[in-house]
Design a protein around this ligand. Structure first.
Ligand SMILES: Cc1ncc(C[n+]2csc(CCOP(=O)(O)OP(=O)(O)O)c2C)c(N)n1
Ligand SMILES: [Mg+2]
Length: 610
């Protein structure tokens, strides 16, 4: 007879989670972020309490941002571990949907456990339940479906027997990796079932490393051997596959230069002779110039999103071929690329054998010298402090204070572009950019998640005033937990990057900077006081020199440390970049818009649509 144990669904869920390991022997789910309400406090809350010695429960302040912390944790650990996030029903659950979108775009694992309405419908409509007049099975949690790699509604306790293995399969599958939502009906969480004991035996989830199909390998190898000036585009998959060393060896063996996407940056050290640096809209001239004429583009672990491809205007050589080495067939076949569906590490190793003897001479050094000759001075400290510093100078100050263990992190605003272009990442993991969703509000919570993942690292978060205002409450969580990281708040009084985009598309400056917003002149936010009130150590500095002095103190500060500096909203690095497709109005009474539209039509011609 099968041995069973009588547990509630929530207890079974927590027990199963505690038994799932990665190949290093760590519990795959490192902890659970929780905000309780009637939809999860009695069920999941009781179960988490019962397991508190094996699974750490973290109390957050906002469901979206506690999920950001969980996602950043998984990203920094290259998807080797993840976290769970549980909420009540209705608003608490919906607050997590944005974070689910973020994890989905970035292919990052996270286990969402929103409470759901009663499966038995006894109290219908329970507090916070929406009512669909035409479909009795709908709840707000259906909003998770398009932003989950696997979604299941647990309406019977025994559903977990099939749902949980599927959930872990999705979170640990390199190709299919992403958020999982198990929508936990409130009554079911508390219902008991006789679960087989074997269900809770420890299980190891190994990282699957798919080898290339021999036909694909052959075709791709022939294409590469015929190429005269190939380029590699390194994406986030290089990191997730632990393939940074393999990429370096591959590049060196064959002399092929490497351009880095936002997610790929730091795969090679910035000063590696074959590292062309950042690619695309936020890229630099070395990578973009090489990509423009390349006759073969070898994407490794990249989604080829529009910032990478210059909205598909960048790879302009009419004869060029695309190859996409990717663990996901979906990405491997994008834009007519020759697919090489494989794990990056074993794929590169098989490919190097298949093209053995092939070597090109890329001549990267002069391009890099020219680039750094132009951009390095932008990051120097100003020689006088009479005008507002630029964001580039802030990047420079942080760079000068960086250690071997620094992680520069960000997600939205001016800084992702500046950092992609200017930040000199010394080793893999030194750069953490959420640029799939570029979600304002990821930064502060994300920095906390990174520090939980790697306590030995020196985490520096770049946050604009806009992003700070969008979501900052996990600062209080970090203060409470004594989690140390540094937040550099660049206060340019508004949405600087969107203001520049507005101007670039012929628009009047409107509703972005506070100065151009209704009532904006009345806004006078004291960011240091605000952060201080949540328990952070906070200081406002008046110059780049003061910023450097303040940054030097960070290593002695326990808990979050916030350094606020006013910056100029207008300048940004005037070098590099490519065209980016942003819809410009076809008709307008503004001459500037008409001019921008004419430009737009011209640029649109460079976009390859196949
Ligand atoms: C949640 C979310 N809402 C809106 C946007 C669009 N957006 C991108 S950057 C930005 C402004 C960012 O302002 P701030 O953080 O102050 O950075 P700045 O550009 O001023 O340096 C906006 C509104 C976004 N990326 N994410
Ligand atoms: Mg701003």
């Amino acid at each position: 007879m099968t041995k069973t144990i009588r547990l509630t669904a929530a207890q079974a869920l927590v027990r199963y989670i505690g038994a799932q390991q990665n190949e290093d022997g760590d519990c795959f789910i490192a902890g659970c972020w929780a905000i309780f309400g009637h939809g999860n406090v009695a069920g999941i809350g009781e179960a988490l309490h019962g397991a508190k010695d094996t699974i750490t429960t973290y109390r957050g302040h906002n469901e979206q941002t506690m999920a950001h912390a969980a996602i950043a944790y998984a990203k920094q650990l290259k998807r080797k571990r993840a976290m769970a996030v549980t909420s009540s029903i209705g608003p608490g659950a919906l607050n997590m949907v944005t974070a689910a979108g973020l994890a989905h775009v970035n292919r990052l694992p996270v286990l969402f456990l929103p409470g759901d309405v009663f499966a038995n419908r006894g109290p219908d409509p329970v507090l916070q339940q929406i009512e669909d007049f035409g479909d009795g099975t709908v709840s707000v949690n259906d909003c998770f479906k398009p932003v989950s790699r696997y979604f299941d509604r647990i309406t019977r306790p025994e559903h977990l027997l099939t749902a949980l293995p599927r959930a872990f399969r999705a979170m640990t599958d390199p190709a299919d990796c992403g958020p999982v939502t198990l929508s936990m009906c409130q009554d079911v969480q508390a219902e008991a079932f006789d679960y087989p004991l074997s269900f809770f035996e420890p299980q190891v989830w190994y990282q699957r490393r798919i080898r290339p199909d021999l036909g694909e390998l052959d075709r791709v190898a022939s294409a590469i051997k015929a190429a005269k000036n190939p380029v590699i585009v390194a994406g986030g998959g290089v990191h997730y596959s632990d393939a940074c060393d393999d990429l370096r060896t591959f590049a060196e063996t064959h002399g092929i230069p490497v351009a880095e996407t936002q997610a790929g940056k730091s795969a090679l050290a910035w000063d590696h002779p074959l590292n062309l640096g950042p690619i695309g809209v936020t890229g630099g001239e070395p990578a973009n110039d090489v990509c423009e004429t390349a006759d073969l583009v070898l994407g490794v672990g990249t989604r080829f999103q529009d910032f990478t491809t210059g909205s598909w205007g960048l790879f302009a050589n009419p004869e060029r071929k695309m190859v996409s080495l990717n663990t996901a067939a979906y990405d491997a076949a994008k834009h007519g690329a020759m697919p090489l569906m494989a794990d990056a590490r074993v794929g590169l190793s098989d490919l190097t054998n298949a093209i053995s003897g092939y070597k090109v001479d890329a001549g990267v050094a002069a391009r890099k010298d020219d680039w750094f000759g132009k951009v390095d001075p932008l990051t120097d400290a100003p020689t006088y402090n009479k005008t507002l510093p630029t964001d580039m100078q802030v990047v420079g100050a942080v760079q000068r204070s960086a250690t071997d263990e620094t992680v520069a992190m960000c997600a939205a605003g001016t800084m992702p572009g500046e950092l992609h272009k200017l930040w000199k990442a010394n080793k893999p993991g030194a750069y953490h950019m959420e640029y799939g969703f570029s979600c304002m509000g990821y930064e502060i919570a994300g920095a906390m998640g990174i520090k939980i993942a790697q306590p030995e690292r020196d985490v520096i978060c770049f946050a604009g005033d806009g992003t700070y205002m969008m979501a900052n409450s996990e600062m209080a969580t970090a203060a409470m937990l004594g989690i140390s990281f540094t937040v550099v708040v660049t206060d340019n009084r508004g949405y600087g990057c969107i203001n520049r985009l507005q101007m670039g598309t012929g628009g009047a400056e409107f509703n972005n900077l506070l100065a151009h917003s209704k009532g904006g002149e009345n806004s006078n936010i004291d960011f240091a006081a605000h952060a201080g009130s949540m328990g952070a150590t906070a200081v406002k500095v008046a110059s780049i020199t003061e910023l450097e002095i303040a940054l030097a103190k960070r290593h002695d500060i326990k808990g979050p440390y916030v350094v606020v500096i006013d910056t100029d909203p207008y300048p940004s690095t005037p070098h590099g970049s490519t065209w980016w497709d942003v819809g410009v109005p076809e008709v307008s009474e503004r001459a500037e818009v008409n001019e921008a539209y004419a430009n737009y039509k011209e640029n649109k011609k460079s976009q390859r649509i196949n």
